[in-house]
Structure formats: structure tokens, C-alpha cells
Design a protein around this ligand. Structure first.
Ligand SMILES: Nc1ncnc2c1ncn2[C@@H]1O[C@H](COP(=O)(O)OP(=O)(O)OP(=O)(O)O)[C@@H](O)[C@H]1O
Ligand SMILES: [Mg+2]
Length: 291
């Protein structure tokens, strides 16, 4: 399916319009909100954030599903220490049912991807359409469906991001992460009419740095795209080994880190989700060379 036909197909499903109406809803049991956890640049923390948010949402009583949309370079099972599976391909090739392909972990459900599956690589079917079909078929069974997205501006990622009710764009203080996520939002706006995104700033070292980033990106998005960027909060950088980070992420012993995520969920849960970027914040500007 070409990008154009994907866009037409999506408009045919009328999701863009539904999205505007549903943004002020409160708890929405039985009609899942779909959230893409996305970014322009890789390695910014999308998978970590998707899984931690899923755990918190399920602890709050929401039926939550995570779909690993990095479907052939899957990291979710690895991060959780679960056995690798070919469930995504089994579902795609109708060898197993949807229910058989889900793994329950920490109270939420996970459809993990494959890891270098040749069969999946050879599939000619549009994976984005396949994932959207899953969303359409199963949205009544969940309250939240989180799409752990691959990085970048590939057609599949753009389509899934545009289809979602919300997009949590994850950035880090790295300037190229900010620029790449701006590019992602620009294409989503210009090509798919996406007018609103949420922002999570990961690997933050200080409050000053966080404020500088939300002001810089917020001002740039406002000036050049005219779209809304709703800030959900930040996650502290932990200067520890990768293994150690994954271990403390899913526990609650590291209270400050856990609280970062609680704050993000609470910010999103409020009736008027997120807060607009403060325009009065001062600090040394980081200029993005964008247009
Ligand atoms: N706040 C943080 N502090 C320290 N390390 C972190 C933090 N967030 C994520 N990491 C580490 O950064 C690395 C990348 O994280 P993750 O795999 O979640 O990113 P990703 O955006 O999903 O990557 P990809 O684009 O490859 O899918 C991992 O090693 C993870 O443990
Ligand atoms: Mg990932």
C-alpha cells in the first residue's frame, strides 16, 4: 500500500475526526485509547517508557495491551527477560489466534515482535494495515493500547502514529533527537494532518535542562508547524549500567524514577491532558535549525 493509499484508507476509517471528539473524554472503559510511543531518533527510551507506562496503567486497573511495532527487531521480550517468540509472525500467518500470541506480564498484555524472522521479512502484506486491523478488532477488549514504535519516519511508523488517538513523542537532550522528532512531527502534520502530540523528555539531568528543552521544542513546533505540543513530563537520566536500569525501572524501589512515570500518567489522565508549553520559562535557548 502506498503512503497515499494508506492515508486514504485511514481517512476512510474516519479516525482523525473521531480523535478530535474523544480528546476530552475521561475514563473510556471498553473502547481503547491507542497511544503511539514514538520518536524520530532511536535509542531514546521508547520501549522502556512503553513497558513502564503499561505496568502503571494496569496497576491502576486499566486493561492494557502493548504491541511491539518494531516487529522484526523486537526488544520488549528481551527487556522483560521473557523468552523470545515468533508470535507476531504466527498471528500474521494465521498459525495462532490473537489470544494465543499474547503474553501476560505485570498485569498487562504484550504482543511481542520477532527477531530477524526471514519469513516476516518476506511478507508482502503491509504490516501497518495488519496492526491497524488488530486495533480495530480488539479495541473493545482494552482500555489502553500502547504501540511501542520503531524510530524514524518510515511509512509504517508514520501511518501507525497518525492512526493513533495520541502520540507520546520521546526525546532526549541530544540535539539530534530533538531535530529528528521535530521532523517526525512535521511530516505527521503536513502529510497526515496530525495537529497534536504529547512530549516526554527522557534522560534529563537537571530541571533547568528540562525547561530549556520544552521551551525550545515547544516554540519551534508552535512557530513552524502551528500544532499543539502537550508536555507530559520528564524522566531522570540514571547513570548506571543498562542491566541495572532495566531492573530498577520496573520496580518501585527507585522512588524518584517511579514517580517520574506516575506524574506522566497523572498528567495524561487529567481531563485536559497535558499542559501547554510555558512561554515565560527562561533559560539559555537551544536553537533548532529547522524549517
Ligand atoms: N532514563 C534513563 N536513564 C538511563 N538509561 C536509560 C533511560 N531510559 C532508557 N535508558 C536506556 O537507554 C537504552 C535505550 O532505551 P530503549 O531501548 O527503551 O530505547 P528505544 O527508543 O526503544 O530504542 P529503539 O529506537 O532502538 O527501539 C536502553 O539501554 C535503556 O536501558
Ligand atoms: Mg525500542
Amino acid at each position: 500500500m502506498s503512503t497515499k493509499s494508506a492515508a486514504q484508507w485511514l481517512v476512510g476509517h474516519n479516525r482523525f475526526e473521531q480523535k478530535k471528539e474523544s480528546s476530552s473524554e475521561k475514563k473510556n472503559f471498553g473502547n481503547a485509547k491507542t497511544i503511539s510511543i514514538t520518536s524520530g531518533k532511536g535509542g531514546v527510551g521508547k520501549t522502556s517508557i512503553s513497558l513502564k507506562l503499561a505496568k502503571i496503567l494496569s496497576e491502576k486497573g486499566y486493561r492494557t495491551l502493548v504491541i511491539d511495532c518494531d516487529y522484526n527487531l523486537s526488544n520488549t521480550a528481551v527487556k522483560l527477560g521473557l523468552p523470545l517468540s515468533d508470535n507476531f509472525y504466527s498471528l500474521l500467518s494465521a498459525k495462532k489466534s490473537f489470544e494465543e500470541c499474547l503474553v501476560k506480564h505485570d498485569g498487562y498484555y504484550l504482543l511481542s515482535g520477532c527477531n530477524g524472522s526471514i519469513e516476516l521479512l518476506n511478507e508482502s502484506v503491509g504490516i501497518e494495515k495488519f496492526i491497524i486491523d488488530i486495533l480495530v478488532s480488539h479495541e473493545n477488549e482494552f482500555d489502553y493500547i500502547l504501540l511501542d514504535s520503531p524510530a524514524g519516519i518510515g511509512r509504517e511508523n508514520l501511518t501507525l502514529n497518525a492512526y493513533s488517538d495520541h502520540r507520546f513523542v520521546v526525546v532526549t537532550p541530544d540535539r539530534s533527537s530533538l531535530t529528528d522528532s521535530y521532523s517526525l512531527m512535521k511530516i505527521l502534520s503536513n502529510k497526515y494532518g496530525v495537529s497534536e502530540n504529547h512530549l516526554i523528555v527522557n534522560k534529563i539531568s537537571s530541571d533547568k535542562q528540562y525547561k530549556r528543552i520544552i521551551k525550545t521544542l515547544g516554540d519551534t513546533v508552535d512557530k513552524f508547524l502551528g500544532t499543539r505540543l502537550k508536555v507530559l513530563g520528564s524522566v531522570d537520566r540514571k547513570n548506571i549500567s543498562v542491566d541495572q536500569f532495566d531492573r530498577i525501572l520496573f520496580g518501585e524501589e527507585e522512588f524518584a524514577l517511579h514517580q517520574n512515570f506516575i506524574n506522566i500518567v497523572e498528567m495524561f489522565s487529567e481531563e485536559n491532558v497535558g499542559t501547554m508549553v510555558p512561554t515565560s520559562e527562561h533559560g539559555q535557548d537551544v536553537h533548532l535549525n529547522v524549517c
